[in-house]
Design a protein around this ligand. Structure first.
Ligand code: HEC
Ligand code: HEC
Length: 331
């Protein structure tokens, strides 16, 4: 595990140095030199590989930007041919404990998940068989896959390698984690109050955002579906069960300070906007369908409580992302 941390540290260090701009991610940003030696390294190479997109100009890292907690910085990412996606690109870090993927949970494993962005016409837009064929026509990749998997590139080992890399993107080195290990001064008094509030009956955040990654991996409806202006049906798209209308996968909150904008539709630009939303959802969406009973009444948070909640969420940023969050730090 430690080795993997070092690996990621190097990726991010180099990423910070070069400044990720989105597409056309150059190879120089890989964390290792020469041939990949493990499935994780091969997966890293593929994560930055534009060859597996229709026009050879987009990689996974174009939308899952390492310096931003592996999330995108715009509400809707630009995919193949300049087409915009329909949902916000969330972080793809801290995925190893998740039981399903995407806001509607349509992929059951990290391996299975890989096919979706490659084939999505608004993302990389390439049939996965074609992606595999391209890898097979590149002698370098044929050699790497043979060395690591003892097979030529295939759909299965392509998925396996990228999933292996994604499983290395775990973050637990945060001020919050140091505080939980007994270092009382690791987070401010405001953040400590924010933590209490986060878990309290008043704010109720912990009812949905629990576990070490701050998600219970459930689908819940926080009121962002009204069938008129807000039309993403969420989990319903998959299950066709009317009880699932407007439910979305509860996202984990690690590194949330560097992954703006927020929600499946990227409608909030700052954590403060998210907190203001929870304080009184009806100010943003007057007639939500199926909103969770926890959010039926406004929370009536004070200004200080809002500041405290935000400061608490800012303690969940891994040290390696500290520089990307500093720019937006206030108070
Ligand atoms: C054009 C932008 C774009 C590209 C390129 C892209 N993604 Fe994504 N990714 C998204 C969006 C948007 C979502 C959310 C889609 C949804 O939930 O319906 C997402 C979701 C995910 C998730 C699920 C996260 C969660 O919390 O469930 C993972 C994992 C992921 N992508 C990995 C990848 C990998 C691996 C690649 C490369 C093979 C990739 N993505 C390429 C935009 C992109
Ligand atoms: C009823 C369950 C529930 C409660 C209570 C709840 N959340 Fe959420 N939270 C969700 C769901 C579901 C989403 C994703 C919604 C979407 O994408 O449309 C979410 C999204 C978020 C996001 C955006 C994450 C991202 O990466 O886009 C933040 C930040 C957040 N919640 C913080 C909080 C805070 C702070 C509280 C308490 C004031 C709270 N949540 C209470 C279910 C809940």
């Amino acid at each position: 595990m430690k080795r993997v941390w070092v690996l990621l540290l190097v990726v991010l260090g180099i990423a910070a140095g070069y400044g990720f701009t989105g597409s056309n991610v150059p190879r120089a940003e890989l964390s290792f030199q020469g041939a990949p030696a493990t499935a994780e390294q091969l997966g890293e190479m593929l994560f930055f590989e534009p060859m597996i997109s229709a026009n050879r100009d987009l990689s996974c890292a174009s939308c899952h930007i390492p310096a931003h907690g592996f999330a995108d910085t715009v509400a809707f990412s630009t995919g193949v041919g300049g087409r915009l996606g329909k949902r916000n690109a969330p972080s793809c870090a801290n995925m190893s404990e998740r039981p399903y993927f995407f806001f509607d949970g349509r992929a059951a494993t990290l391996e299975d998940q890989v096919r979706f962005p490659i084939e999505d016409e608004n993302e990389m837009g390439l049939p996965i068989a074609e992606a595999v064929a391209r890898l097979n026509s590149d002698p370098k990749y044929v050699q790497y896959f043979n060395a690591i998997y003892r097979q030529a590139p295939s759909e299965a080992n392509l998925k396996s390698a990228i999933a292996a890399f994604e499983r290395t993107l775990e973050t637990s080195s945060t001020p919050f984690d140091r505080y939980m290990k007994g270092n009382d001064s690791a987070i401010s008094l405001s953040a400590q109050r924010g933590r209490e509030l986060f878990m309290s009956d008043k704010a109720k955040c912990f009812d949905c955002h629990f576990s070490p990654d701050f998600t219970g991996d459930e689908f819940r409806n926080i009121g962002l579906y009204d069938g008129v202006k807000y039309t993403d049906e969420g989990r319903f798209v998959i299950t066709k069960d009317s009880a699932d209308l407007g439910k979305f996968k509860v996202p984990g909150l690690r590194n949330v300070a560097v992954t703006a904008p927020y929600m499946h539709n990227g409608m909030f630009r700052t954590l403060r906007e998210v907190i203001d939303y929870y304080d009184d959802p009806y100010k943003s969406v007057a007639r939500p369908v199926n909103i969770d009973t926890l959010l039926l009444q406004p929370l009536h948070l004070t200004e200080q409580e809002k500041v405290d909640l935000e400061n608490f969420m800012r303690t969940l940023t891994d040290d390696r992302f500290a520089n990307s969050s500093r720019a937006s730090l206030k108070r």
